[in-house]
Design a protein. Structure first.
Length: 208
């Protein structure tokens, strides 16, 4: 939703209701990442109109302070960055689950995927960033495919075949098949959809 038209947000929310499976909401604090996006009022507004689950991606420091309010605002999936929580990651995942939400761990391209392996038995999904968190419209980093494969293989090897891998950043119709084949089941696309001449066709092409 970072690429949505915020002067015409209701229409874009309805578009997602009709053409996508989730609302992906990027929350940026200007500290963990350089940019600031939006906060609780926008999340609450989207939640009022959403007929699909809200997937809230926290690109913020000290995420545990804000998770209860995002859950109250309507989030059904909440992910935070391992780099922002480090040794508090396990308890933060448990906090998310205790609030009735699905818990996800996110990592940037320069964070080794092996760093989150000890946490995989506590997650409901894993978010692999295929660009650096904090800016929309970046180009996809090709090495992300191997990172997705590594996480998918690790999940499968420890009996967590039902835990999906999500990928965010530079996702489009051009790479959606490769991402799916690498093991990603949730594809986050912003500018590739909303900036397309035919957003509905772009969304359908990625699903196909």
């Amino acid at each position: 939703m970072l690429s949505a038209d915020f002067l015409n947000l209701r229409a874009d929310v309805e578009f997602v209701n009709e053409h996508a499976d989730l609302f992906h909401l990027d929350i940026m604090d200007g500290r963990f990442v350089p940019n600031i996006s939006y906060g609780f009022p926008v999340v609450e507004a989207i939640a009022r109109e959403a007929r699909k689950p809200l997937d809230v991606h926290l690109m913020i420091e000290e995420p545990w302070k804000y998770i209860p309010r995002f859950a109250k605002a309507g989030a059904r999936m909440i992910s935070f960055h391992f780099e922002a929580a480090l040794d508090r990651s396990a308890e933060t995942l448990e906090l998310i689950r205790s609030l009735g939400c699905k818990a996800g761990i996110a990592i940037n391209p320069d964070c080794p995927v092996e760093s989150i392996f000890p946490l995989l038995d506590k997650v409901d999904f894993v978010l692999i960033m295929s660009v650096f968190a904090g800016f929309g419209g970046q180009s996809f980093i090709p090495e992300s495919l191997e990172r997705i494969k590594a996480v998918r293989e690790r999940l499968d090897s420890i009996g967590l075949k039902d835990v999906p891998v999500e990928v965010d950043g530079g996702v489009s119709e051009k790479n959606s098949t490769s991402l799916y084949e690498a093991g990603a089941e949730i594809l986050v696309a912003g500018s590739a959809i909303f900036n397309s001449p035919d957003p509905a066709a772009a969304a359908q092409a990625m699903k196909a």
